[in-house]
Design a binder for this molecule. Sequence first.
Ligand code: C2E
Ligand code: MG
Ligand code: MG
Ligand code: MG
Length: 277
Amino acid sequence: AIKKRGKNAVRFFAADMDAAATERLRIETRLRAAILDDSLSLHYQPQVDALSGQLVGLEALARWTDADLGTVSPGEFIPVAEDTGLIVPLGAWVLDEACRQAAEWHLTVPIAVNVSPAQVSRADFAQTVQDTLQRHGLTPDRLKLELTERLTMRDPTLAAQHLASLHALGVPLSLDDFGAGQSAVASLMTLPLHEVKLDRSVLTGVTDDPDTWDGVSALLALARGVKLAVIVEGVETDAQLEALRTLGCRAVQGYRTGRPARPDEMVVHLRQGGTTP
Ligand code: C2E
Ligand code: MG
Ligand code: MG
Ligand code: MG
């Protein structure tokens, strides 16, 4: 089809690029305002012990509904925030709000917060984390930071230094999305991590047939081998949950054990003991 359209195809492509750039600029402008006027919010998703159903953590996930743009997913606005530097104030807001909420709820399990490479790369990041914990009267073990491997790609030495400061503070570090894209086993052995979070893609094809469990079973063995806690994300079905239970995986997160929920919904769940059947 491209060949037939010839020159026109190039023009269509250029027009698409233009539309994409315009859309990104619109997102950037509105997002800047949203950070200033406090119109972002957080949803919380339970992290659950697969055997007992007990709550073992809560992940804070950024949400944004704009008057003009409507609801924009983090998959759309986080990359824009990262490209424009807005991730620094946005990330600081997320960290503060998650800690405030954890303190208000008197959570006894960690609140997990996603952090982007641009945040962790800043010289003052560990200080920001320490100040935020202090402001809300939380001990470092009440927080957990979810990092991605994109962090180590930028500047491995600097990343290692900053992770060491966070580790020294006593904040647990989790490597998010492991098994998606290029995941380096070396990261698991060299970074001061507490936990590895297996990406939901590792559950692709897992059914109630044990023959489909080999891949995830090997990844669980890898995590155990390097003495890291492991959590599997994106658990959607009974069969996946059952497989993980059988393989001895304790921590899971996904639609099967609880969708991301607004604070007012989450508080009801917490009052009921926070246990998932
Ligand atoms: P993530 O940290 O890997 O978060 C998990 C994503 O998977 C969330 O998408 C969650 O809603 C979704 N999810 C949870 N359970 C299931 C399931 O069973 N099935 C499926 N299909 N999906 C499930 P969400 O909220 O759209 O966030 C997408 C990504 O955006 C996050 O991936 C994270 O990388 C990023 N993100 C979200 N909030 C923040 C933030 O405050 N700061 C930063 N830096 N990144 C954020
Ligand atoms: Mg995450
Ligand atoms: Mg993830
Ligand atoms: Mg993800």
